[in-house]
Design a protein around this ligand. Structure first.
Ligand SMILES: [Zn+2]
Length: 448
């Protein structure tokens, strides 16, 4: 199953060229908590006879400490290996036979289990999720074979992929606290070094109702779903409070940079990160829109103005990795080998300085918002399971799921003045980290 790497987390969304009407979601949200501490969020929408079910556990790579990395992600794999009443790989079969889809994703602060099924199969999805919350098969056989699966996944997705190394290196460059520095895939040596007792203790520490939220979106009857939830989840025992992890970061006061050679990259790249506001900050929405306005692919500014007409930039992406804890704005530029990397970084700061000095026009900001929100609505709200994911994130990471829908209103209300203010507040040279990626054929002397 997948893990979201540093950059992937920021680019969950791509902005289309076409404009659509600005939309904000208008669905009811009901939240309550079972006696065992499980948060429940219901958001009904009877448009189609489908339901989205997400169970999110408040654990991710940031809960891992040195010498014990990769366990949040390993667990996500183990969660598909069977439980008291569900055979090994039974989750796949049951959901597929029901005409549904499933996914598991490990992120830095949460791990999510996502099912989308026809409305009449909601009892099946709830039963499957409850059974693995209650009685996961954490045994030596499953641990060993999933360790092998994860090693293969690392080979396929990281070790042999252009710029994947850069992603990992930038993350460790732009953070100083180990909890934030490493990728969810973790270290294979760490996975090999522990015994089964440690794996079982991880399950006991984090996989319990009082560290999770269950979200159901779509077509269901509220009294029926409430009864089903009590029936399946109500008897699961509450656990102790999960251990707290210190993810704090000291403020960055000096620009950091490093260079890596990537044997899979044919052309060089520049990967940058800035200290940025998190999910709970009122600066989050203006910062995300600033990144879209200045840097995102198809945005009118950087792509059009840096090396205009000469294709200096071969591809550009930008986004915000907003978490409850320390967060980063991210930019990647893949560029022509004959363009000096220092020139490009200077140009990036020229673009940022321009926003600081010249208030963006209302028209430009309205266009950015319209395109961004249309894309976000299509990718994060229209699919019921994505909608449930957004509600789960806001329930665990923000503390209130209804803030997920309200965030669309906050994006829609962002002004040029707010965008200029966040450009000044966050996008300083001293709070940036730059990772230069040298392609396999580039030489050091070509760079400066
Ligand atoms: Zn995986």
């Amino acid at each position: 199953m997948r893990f979201l790497a540093f950059f992937a987390a920021a680019f969950a969304l791509s902005v289309p060229m076409v404009s659509f009407a600005q939309k904000t979601p208008k669905f009811p949200v009901e939240k309550y908590t079972l006696e065992n501490g499980l948060q429940v969020v219901l958001s009904q929408d009877k448009t189609l006879p489908i339901v989205g079910v997400v169970v999110a556990y408040h654990v991710g790579s940031r809960n891992e400490v040195k010498t014990r990395t990769g366990f949040a992600h390993l667990f996500e794999h183990l969660m598909f290996q069977g439980s008291a009443n569900v055979p090994k790989a039974g989750h796949f079969k049951f959901i597929e036979n029901a005409g549904g889809e499933f996914q598991g994703t490990t992120r830095s602060e949460i791990t999510t289990y996502e099912d989308q099924v026809p409305a009449e199969k909601l009892p099946l999805a709830l039963w499957l999720e409850a059974d693995r919350m209650k009685s996961l098969a954490v045994n030596a056989t499953n641990f060993k074979n999933q360790k092998d699966v994860v090693k293969e996944e690392k080979r396929l997705r990281l070790d042999n992929v252009a710029y994947a190394l850069a992603n990992a290196k930038l993350q460790s460059l732009s953070y100083t606290n180990f909890s934030n520095q490493h990728l969810p895939i973790g270290s294979m040596e760490d996975l090999d070094a522990v015994d089964l007792a440690y794996v079982q203790s991880f399950y006991k520490a984090y996989y319990k109702p009082n560290n999770a939220v269950l979200v159901v979106t779509g077509d269901f009857d509220i009294p029926v779903v409430k009864d089903l939830i009590i029936k399946h989840f109500g008897s699961i025992a509450k656990g102790e409070d999960p251990p707290k992890t210190d993810t704090t970061e000291p403020a960055q006061v000096k620009q950091r940079s490093a260079t890596v050679t990537d044997p899979f990259a044919t052309v060089p790249g520049i990967f940058m990160a800035w200290e940025a506001p998190g999910i709970k900050s009122p600066d989050m929405e203006p910062t995300e829109l600033l990144m879209q306005m200045v840097f995102a692919q198809d945005a009118k500014r950087a792509a059009a103005e840096i090396g205009a007409g000469e294709n200096w930039i071969l591809s550009i992406s930008a986004g915000l990795d907003a978490q409850t804890g320390p967060s980063r704005a991210l930019l990647s530029l893949i560029h022509r080998p004959d363009v000096k990397r220092k020139t490009l970084v200077d140009e990036v700061f020229v673009q940022l300085d321009r926003v600081k000095e010249e208030l963006p026009s209302k028209e430009e900001v309205e266009n950015v918002k319209r395109e961004f929100l249309a894309a976000k609505y299509r990718s994060d709200v229209e699919p019921l399971v994505q909608r449930a994911l957004g509600l789960a994130e806001y329930s665990l990471q923000y503390g209130d799921p209804s803030e997920y829908y309200k965030s669309f209103e906050r994006y829609a209300a962002v002004t040029p003045e707010q965008i200029q203010a966040v450009a000044k507040k966050y996008f300083k040279k001293e709070s940036s980290s730059i990772l230069y990626v040298r392609g396999k054929d580039q030489k050091e002397e070509d760079e400066e």
